[in-house]
Write a new protein. Structure first.
Length: 398
C-alpha cells in the first residue's frame, strides 16, 4: 500500500556573499521582467480574443533572449524564468475559475522579490545547497534539521522588505502523518479583547503585538517621512520601518503556530466561524486591531495542519447568531452590543460570558452539521473549511 507523504516547506535564513547577492538581485529583476512581458502579451492576445498558454509564452521567452534589448536574460538561470511563466499560467487558471482577480503586473518597489528553482536549477549534497550560476553554496543557518534523507523538489529564494534573505526548501516529510483519532471536539471564537475563547472555557489573551511596537513604528515612519525621495538615507529609513513590521509579523506568526499546533493535536473536530475578514477590515475603527489579531492567518494555519494530521475543521456560517443565542435554552436575544461582555438569558435565567457562550454555540452548530449532513459544500474563499449552514449539496454539471 502506497503511503501519501506530505510535502512540506522548510524556511531558513541565509547570508549571501556579495557576488551571490548580486546574482540573486539580477535574477529577481529578470523574473519580474519576464512575468510582466508575458502578462502584457497575454493581455493583448485577450483583447484580440486569442488564447495564449504557457507553451506560447515559453516560446516567446526563447525569442526574447535572442533580441539585443533582452539579451541580459541569458545572464541568469533559465529555471526561475520558466517557473514564473508557470506561475502566470496558474494565476490565469485561478482567474478563469473565478477564484482570483485578473493577474497584475509586478512592481520593482512593492512586489515580493523571489525566484523559484526546480531540481535542474540547484544541487543539494551533504547538507549544502548550491544554486545555478553560483560557484559556492549558500551560507544557510540551519535552525532546524531537514527530514532524514530529504530530496528537495523546489527551492525558493526570497528577500523581504527588511533586507533579510530566506530560502524555502520543499521536500517530503515522513513525520507528518495522521494522528490517532480522538473524540475531543472544540468550538473556537476569535476576538479582539481575547484572541481566542474556547468552548472549554479557556481564554487566550491577545498580545497585541502591533500596539506594543506602535511607538517604535511611529518614530521610524516619522524619520522616513523627513528623508528626500530617491536618497540613500530614505532607503535606510525605509528598511528600519520594514524591520519593525517584520518583528511584529514574526512574533504574531510564532504565537499562531503554537496555538494552532496545540489545538490540532488535542482535538479531532475544530469548529470556527466563517468570518469575512476582508470586509471587516474596511471598518476604520476596528481595522487595525483585526489586522493585528491575524484572524485570517489563524484560520489558514488551522486548516492546513488539520489536513496534515487527519483532523476536521468546520466553518459555521457567518450569519449564525453565536453570541446572541442562549446555549442553555436556545432563545435568541434581539440585540447584544459589542460593549456587553456578560448577559443573562431572559427566558431561562442562565448567565453567560459572551465569548464562552459563542464558542459553545459554534461547537453545537458544528457537531449538528456533521450529524445531519450539512457542511459538505466547501467555502469558495477557503477550500479547507466546511460551512455548517449549507444544507444542500451543489448540483454537479454532467
Amino acid at each position: 500500500m502506497a503511503v501519501n507523504r506530505v510535502k512540506r516547506a522548510f524556511k531558513y535564513r541565509f547570508y549571501p556573499s556579495d557576488a551571490q547577492a548580486a546574482e540573486l538581485l539580477r535574477t529577481f529583476g529578470c523574473v519580474r521582467k519576464v512575468y510582466n512581458l508575458a502578462l502584457a502579451a497575454r493581455s493583448e492576445a485577450w483583447a484580440r480574443q486569442e488564447r495564449v498558454n504557457y507553451n506560447a509564452t515559453s516560446a516567446m521567452l526563447t525569442a526574447w533572449k535572442k533580441t539585443e534589448e533582452l539579451a541580459f536574460l541569458n545572464e541568469v538561470s533559465s529555471v526561475p524564468l520558466q517557473q514564473t511563466l508557470r506561475h502566470l499560467q496558474s494565476a490565469f487558471a485561478h482567474f478563469f475559475a473565478k477564484r482570483a482577480k485578473y493577474p497584475r503586473f509586478k512592481s520593482r518597489k512593492t512586489s515580493r522579490r523571489s525566484a523559484e528553482y526546480t531540481t535542474s536549477g540547484f544541487r543539494f549534497r551533504d547538507g549544502r545547497l548550491t544554486l545555478a550560476k553560483m560557484a559556492e553554496p549558500l551560507d544557510i543557518v540551519w535552525s532546524r534539521p531537514l527530514p532524514e534523507g530529504a530530496k528537495p523538489s523546489t527551492v525558493t529564494v526570497s528577500q523581504d522588505p527588511a533586507g533579510r534573505w530566506f530560502v524555502s526548501i520543499l521536500c517530503e516529510d515522513p513525520l507528518v502523518k495522521p494522528l490517532p483519532a480522538t473524540d475531543a471536539a472544540i468550538g473556537i471564537d476569535v476576538g479582539l479583547d481575547r484572541l481566542l475563547t474556547l468552548s472549554t472555557g479557556e481564554k487566550v489573551a491577545n498580545p497585541r503585538h502591533e500596539r506594543r511596537d506602535r511607538a517604535r513604528l511611529a518614530k521610524a515612519q516619522r524619520e522616513l517621512s523627513r528623508k528626500a525621495k530617491g536618497s540613500a538615507n530614505r532607503d535606510k529609513a525605509r528598511r528600519r520601518v520594514a524591520t519593525v513590521h517584520a518583528r511584529i509579523a514574526d512574533r504574531r506568526r510564532d504565537l499562531l503556530h503554537q496555538l494552532t499546533t496545540r489545538l490540532v493535536r488535542e482535538n479531532q473536530t475544530l469548529v470556527i466561524e466563517d468570518l469575512t475578514v476582508r470586509t471587516m477590515v474596511k471598518n476604520r475603527t476596528l481595522a487595525r486591531a483585526i489586522s493585528d489579531a491575524g484572524w485570517r492567518e489563524f484560520r489558514c494555519l488551522l486548516e492546513y495542519k488539520a489536513a496534515w494530521y487527519g483532523r476536521e475543521v468546520i466553518a459555521v456560517d457567518r450569519f449564525f447568531p453565536s453570541s446572541k443565542l442562549c446555549s442553555g435554552c436556545g432563545s435568541v436575544r434581539e440585540k447584544l452590543p459589542l460593549s456587553v461582555r456578560t448577559w443573562t438569558c431572559g427566558n431561562c435565567g442562565t448567565a453567560h460570558d459572551r465569548d464562552v457562550n459563542a464558542a459553545n454555540n459554534l461547537l453545537a452548530a458544528g457537531l449538528a452539521a456533521t450529524v445531519c449532513g450539512a457542511g459538505v459544500r466547501p467555502q469558495r474563499s477557503s477550500p479547507g473549511g466546511q460551512s455548517a449552514m449549507k444544507q444542500k449539496t451543489p448540483r454537479r454539471e454532467p
